[in-house]
Design a protein around this ligand. Structure first.
Ligand SMILES: *Cc1c(COP(=O)(O)O)cnc(C)c1O
Length: 222
């Protein structure tokens, strides 16, 4: 098990184009696994639970960039605001306001992505394109100096039907490109398109992803 983590990191370092950011998703895995990936040169790690993020981060090197990739409740933003690198799953204006408030308290700018709903299942979180548009062009956003919207994130339907996954990624990339073409507020830029996990990252890359979130094929199944 042990050496396979560094082998997996080396595999992705080689396989992914240089402009693509690999977020190693370490949820449910012990800090020793993260340490091993870090030794292999991995700096970006993703967790989907605030409590795990808060427990693990102080035990690990300070130059790790912690990504909060899961659904985030407003009342928990304060726990990660001092250190989080990027929040992937912003899906409401009220959550963004809370991030602004907590980032202000911590005297920092917190980078976020808007999560877009692309999958068919009703269970998945995320915004419709129009709702994302309403957030980005809300005139109050200009005054929220402690948040920066840096792109979009999405999760495809969990299915073996590649054409369906492909269609969903293509649609998200279409939204990403559409936003890029618009004149955006100062604290919005379309730098990152976070899509693709262990099972579908290749399709995601074909559809313009430049940030993949990979867990099980690095750290083993959960
Ligand atoms: C768990 C998780 C991943 C990684 O999934 P794998 O299939 O293990 O690669 C990616 N994104 C999110 C939001 C997750 O919760």
């Amino acid at each position: 098990m042990s050496s396979s983590i560094s082998e997996a990191i080396a595999f992705y370092q080689k396989k992914l184009p240089e402009h693509v950011c690999l977020v190693a998703v370490s949820k449910t895995k012990p800090t020793s696994y993260i340490q091993e990936a870090y030794q292999a040169g991995q700096l970006d790690f993703g967790e989907n639970k605030v409590q795990e993020l808060v427990e693990k981060s102080p035990q690990l090197p300070g130059d790790i960039r912690w990504h909060m990739i899961g659904h985030l409740q407003r009342n928990k933003v304060k726990y990660i605001a001092p250190f989080v690198h990027l929040i992937h799953a912003v899906d409401s204006w009220r959550l963004l306001e809370e991030i602004q408030k907590q980032a202000h308290k911590n005297e920092r700018v917190i980078k976020v992505l808007l999560q877009i709903h692309i999958a068919e299942e009703g269970s998945k979180f995320g915004l419709a394109f129009k709702q994302a548009e309403e957030i980005i062009f809300n005139s109050d956003l200009q005054n929220m100096r402690h948040v920066a919207i840096c792109g979009l994130m999405g999760m495809a339907t969990f299915t073996s039907d590649e054409s369906k996954v492909n269609e969903e990624f293509e649609r998200l990339n279409g939204y990403f490109e559409a936003f890029k073409k618009k004149e955006l507020p100062e604290n919005v830029n379309m730098q990152w398109l976070s899509m693709g996990m262990s099972g579908d990252y290749e399709l995601a890359l074909e559809n313009g992803s430049n940030m993949v979130r990979i867990g099980s094929s690095i750290f083993g199944s959960r």
